[in-house]
Design a protein around this ligand. Structure first.
Ligand code: ADP
Length: 218
């Protein structure tokens, strides 16, 4: 039977993933080579084991290939992270998500077959920077090297104007794909409805077009 998640590396990042998965009721196997860290997760995860993930035999023994999704959250030790990823893919783990430490690490991980590479510090840095530029920019999500999605509060600049008035597509080359109002999300927003100050626009576009739109919001 397929099991769900295993998290390797119980530092701040891996630990937080482990806690959140458990909070959501997901069974998760917590793995670290450090005994103290593993002990801290005995009551959090459904199972917790001490193991060095660069040891292929040890990973085989716990049946790692039965897990659907393995998250490699080894921090500083890039070599261990790369070796672990290679072993996991060799053993046939379907989905391997790895935390990258820097751009070179990320490149290597992509080349050796990591299914997803995450870069939490860099991504959070980007999000915060956009939020510092304008507090109306609530979130920023990279889709590719040159396209992103931003969440923007309508604020004073857009209040009581409609999407037709704003004409964001013609002005900035970006598209409003949805409007959030409180908990409701409207994926086909009416072009002539007037925006309210607290409405949140979800806008997709090329990075340079989004930058022009963001500058307009400042
Ligand atoms: P963070 O930046 O997320 O806090 P850390 O570097 O503090 O990351 O934590 C990484 C964790 O990964 C540590 O608990 C460390 O013991 C664990 N770790 C490092 N190498 C291995 C390995 N080969 N096998 C298992 N766990 C490892």
């Amino acid at each position: 039977m397929k099991k769900e998640f295993a998290v390797i590396g119980l530092g701040r990042f891996g630990g937080s993933i482990c806690r959140e998965l458990s909070n959501e009721g997901m069974p998760v196997l917590a793995i670290d080579k450090n005994e103290d860290r593993v002990n801290n997760f005995k009551n959090v995860a459904s199972h917790a084991v001490i193991l060095d993930s660069t040891d292929e035999e040890a990973l085989k023994e716990i049946g790692i290939s039965n897990f659907e999704h393995v998250i490699v959250a080894i921090g500083e030790n890039i070599q261990a992270s790369i070796l672990t990823t290679v072993i996991l893919k060799d053993l046939g783990v379907q989905r391997v998500t790895v935390k990258a430490q820097n751009d070179y690490h990320e490149k290597i991980l992509n080349k050796i077959g990591a299914d997803r590479v995450v870069h939490p510090e860099r991504d959070m840095g980007k999000r915060l920077a956009h939020n510092f530029i304008s507090s109306n920019i609530l979130d920023y999500l990279e889709l590719s090297d040159d396209h992103s999605i931003v969440e923007v509060k309508a604020g004073k600049k857009m209040v009581d104007k409609s999407l037709i008035d704003l004409d964001i597509r013609a002005q900035f080359g970006c598209n409003v794909v949805a409007i959030k109002q409180g908990k409701d999300i409207n994926v086909s927003p009416q072009a002539d409805a007037l925006l309210r100050e607290d409405d949140i626009l979800i806008v997709i576009g090329a990075d340079n077009d989004l930058s022009r739109f963001e500058r307009y919001l400042v």
